[in-house]
Design a protein around this ligand. Structure first.
Ligand SMILES: C[S@@+](CC[C@H](N)C(=O)[O-])C[C@H]1O[C@@H](n2cnc3c(N)ncnc32)[C@H](O)[C@@H]1O
Length: 186
C-alpha cells in the first residue's frame, strides 16, 4: 500500500467495492483513477468518468485500452457540475474527485471553487446510502486556497446523522500538502 494521496484514497475506496457497482470518476485527467475504478468494477460494474478537456479523454482512453478495459466505461466530455444530468439520485456507489489541473497540462485549466462545490453537492445526492466519495484537495501555488476553503467549510456543516466526513492530513509535510477527504453516506 502506498501513502501518496491517490494510493491512500484508493486504499480507502477499495473495501467499498460492491457487485454490479456504479463508479464515477468526476475528474478523469490522465485516467489513473478511472483505471482503478475499472479494476474495482470488474465485468459486472460500470464506470463513468468526466473531464472538460479532450486531451484527458484521449489519455484515459489510451490507458484503458492498454489495460484491456473499454466495455462498461463511459468517458464523458462535460463538467462535473452537470453530473445530475447523467445520474438519478441514489444511484452511485463511489464518486472520486481529484481536483486541480491535468498533470503535464495547462495549469490554467483547473477545477474551480464554484463548479467543484456544485459538483460535490450534486454528487452527495447521487450517492446511494452506504456509498462513499473521495476528494483529493490541493492548495497553494497556482491553485490558491479558495477551492480548498470552500469545500472544507461546506463538508464541515453536513449533517452528522446523514454523513460521516473524515479529513486526513499529511501532518509532518510542509508547503501545503494535499488533503484527502472522505465522505460516507450513512
Ligand atoms: C488533477 S487532474 C485529475 C487526475 C486524474 N484523476 C488522474 O488520475 O490522472 C484534474 C482534472 O480535472 C479536470 N477538470 C477541470 N475542471 C473540470 C470540471 N468542471 N469538470 C470535470 N473535470 C474538470 C481537469 O481538466 C483535469 O484533467
Amino acid at each position: 500500500m502506498g501513502y501518496q494521496i491517490t494510493d491512500w484514497c484508493h486504499s480507502i475506496i477499495r473495501p467499498h467495492a460492491v457487485k454490479q457497482g456504479v463508479y464515477i470518476d468526476a475528474t478523469m485527467g490522465k485516467g489513473r483513477d478511472t483505471l482503478f475504478l475499472c479494476e474495482l468494477a470488474g465485468k459486472e460494474g460500470s464506470v463513468w468518468a468526466f473531464d472538460i478537456q479532450e486531451q484527458a479523454l484521449d489519455a484515459t482512453r489510451a490507458l484503458l485500452d492498454k489495460h484491456g478495459y473499454g466495455k462498461n466505461v463511459h468517458l464523458i466530455k462535460d463538467g462535473h457540475e452537470k453530473i445530475d444530468r447523467y445520474f438519478a439520485p441514489k444511484t452511485a456507489d463511489v464518486i472520486c474527485f481529484n481536483f486541480g489541473y491535468l498533470p503535464g497540462g495547462d495549469h490554467r485549466i483547473a477545477t474551480q471553487a464554484g463548479t467543484s462545490l456544485a459538483a460535490v453537492q450534486k454528487s452527495l445526492k447521487i450517492l446511494k446510502s452506504g456509498g462513499m466519495m473521495s476528494l483529493c484537495i490541493y492548495s497553494g501555488g497556482d491553485t490558491g486556497f479558495e477551492e480548498k476553503d470552500c469545500i472544507l467549510s461546506y463538508v464541515k456543516e453536513l449533517s452528522a446523522k446523514e454523513y460521516t466526513v473524515i479529513v486526513n492530513e499529511y501532518y509532518n509535510r510542509k508547503n501545503c500538502p494535499p488533503l484527502p477527504v472522505f465522505i460516507f453516506k450513512n
